[in-house]
Design a protein around this ligand. Structure first.
Ligand code: ADP
Length: 452
């Protein structure tokens, strides 16, 4: 059964029951009051006749009764006056009631009774006078019962109208109360079909609060769903890029190997092709090592210790000396850090990576400056170059695996677009961060931020 129908019945049934009970109580009370009034009126009639009988001599008492009865008869009131043996006066025969219908009679008491005869209703009041004679007065009270009938008819009329009004009100109330639930049901259906665009009206009542929770739940679900989609897309992108990056050097190796097998080559060409094969194999090996390092992060069971930074920079300087000379670039290192807490190999790898990238993009005779310092509870290593800079869009994507800004140049330099994503992973392993500040045409600053 629908909730709105339950609410509808929940309002209608008790309301109608209350109206019916109140109506019947009112009708009954009114009827009893009218009956009582009629009883009292007839008792009063009996008392009046009794008083008149007592006020005259005994031999004219019957005439008095008859006289009064004549005036009563016009009002549908009938009198009987009798003793044990004779009926002294009676016109109660007009009512169809006989003396046998008269109930118990007591001395100086007025016993009132309601009798029905041939669908007529009467109040019968009798009393036994001091001399043993009985005085009975019967009054037709059909009007009282007709009043009750009329009242019942009116009540039926009122109850029917009330039921219609209550029904309409109950319908409006049930619809108003269940409207937010209906809306919620519709939105739930939308949500189950993957539509997260849900804006339920919020408020301070129970439905309003429920709507608020529902809105935030749908937002949360949307965010989670987007995350899942993004993660799936990233994985797919990673696989696509990886297969592309692996395929390129493998195709080259296969091509050069086939050339060496088929053609009659002189020694110079042979050694040139062999060098190409070696370079491409190295590229694959390099990529394999880097990918291994990226996955290593997930099993981040690496050794941390206090790393001596002047040793680190000396080692980096020595390793990159040839490259720097070849590119005619000056490397300036301003080191103010004694040590850094972390994995030495990984720290060297990330700094070298940044400097190598800077060398790749820098023009001959330019400078690369490395600043290492401590500030605001963090240790920083900045690599500043005077290269072409990076656009805002590229900065957002530059740390994604296989992403390269200048694809041709990067590949020529042996890069697969993995260097910065490895740097980022290394920084995450150290609870630090990789930050990039750059603007096209104004060089770049790559910052490794370590917590102290
Ligand atoms: P790769 O190993 O190919 O160099 P990286 O992840 O280290 O890959 O760098 C991604 C790309 O970011 C590079 O291909 C290059 O185009 C760009 N990039 C890196 N460092 C700089 C820099 N200092 N200035 C300008 N572009 C840079």
């Amino acid at each position: 059964m629908k909730l709105s129908f339950k609410i509808f019945l929940g309002i209608c049934i008790p309301a109608i029951a209350v109206i019916l009970i109140i109506s019947s109580i009112v009708i009954d009370k009114n009827h009893q009051t009218n009956l009582e009034a009629e009883r009292l009126a007839v008792v009063q009639n009996v008392k009046d006749v009794e008083r008149n009988i007592k006020s005259v001599k005994e031999d004219v008492s019957v005439e008095i009764v008859e006289l009064m009865s004549n005036s009563y008869e016009k009002k549908d009131i009938y009198v009987a006056y009798y003793d044990d043996e004779n009926t002294l006066y009676s016109n109660i025969g007009n009512t169809g009631l006989g003396q046998e219908d008269i109930g118990a009679i007591e001395y100086n008491k007025y016993v009132a009774d309601v009798k029905e005869h041939n669908s007529n209703f009467y109040v019968v009041v009798s009393t036994k006078l001091d001399d043993g004679k009985v005085l009975t007065i019967i009054k037709n009270i059909n009007s009282v019962f007709e009043t009750r009938k009329e009242l019942i008819n009116n009540c039926i009329y009122i109850v029917v109208i009330s039921i219609i009004i209550i029904g309409i009100l109950a319908y409006i109330i049930s619809k108003t109360l269940t409207r937010p639930l209906e809306k919620m049901k519709k939105e739930m259906n939308k949500l189950s079909k993957g539509d997260y665009d849900i804006h339920l009206k919020e408020g301070h009542d129970e439905f309003g609060k429920l709507a608020k929770n529902f809105n935030s739940m749908s937002k949360e679900l949307e965010a989670r769903n987007n995350e899942l989609i993004e993660s799936a897309n990233n994985k797919q992108l990673f696989i696509d890029n990886l297969s592309h990056e692996m395929n390129t050097p493998l195709t080259s190796i296969q091509g050069y190997a086939e050339l060496m097998e088929k053609a009659n080559l002189d020694e110079e060409r042979k050694s040139k092709y062999l060098r190409y094969i070696q370079d491409e194999s190295k590229r694959i090996q390099d990529m394999y090592k880097k990918l291994l390092l990226l996955s290593y992060k997930k099993n981040s069971d690496f050794e941390k210790s206090e790393v001596n930074m002047s040793q680190v920079f000396t080692e980096i300087g020595n390793t990159l000396e040839d490259r720097l000379k070849k590119a005619k670039i000056e490397l300036i290192i301003n080191n103010q850090l004694n040590s850094l807490y972390g994995d030495e190999t990984l720290i060297i790898m990330s700094i070298s990576n940044l400097i190598k990238n800077a060398i790749n993009v820098s023009a001959p005779k330019s400078k690369i400056i490395v600043n290492a310092f401590e500030m605001n509870n963090h240790k920083y290593i900045q690599v500043v170059d005077q290269g072409p800079g990076i656009s805002k869009e590229d900065i957002k994507k530059i740390t994604e695996p296989f992403y390269r800004v200048d694809k041709v140049r990067s590949r020529k330099n042996g890069g697969a677009g993995l260097g910065l994503s490895i740097c980022k992973s290394i920084m995450e392993m150290h609870n630090g961060d990789l930050k990039i500040e750059s603007e096209l045409g104004k060089g770049s600053i790559f910052i490794l931020e370590f917590p102290v």
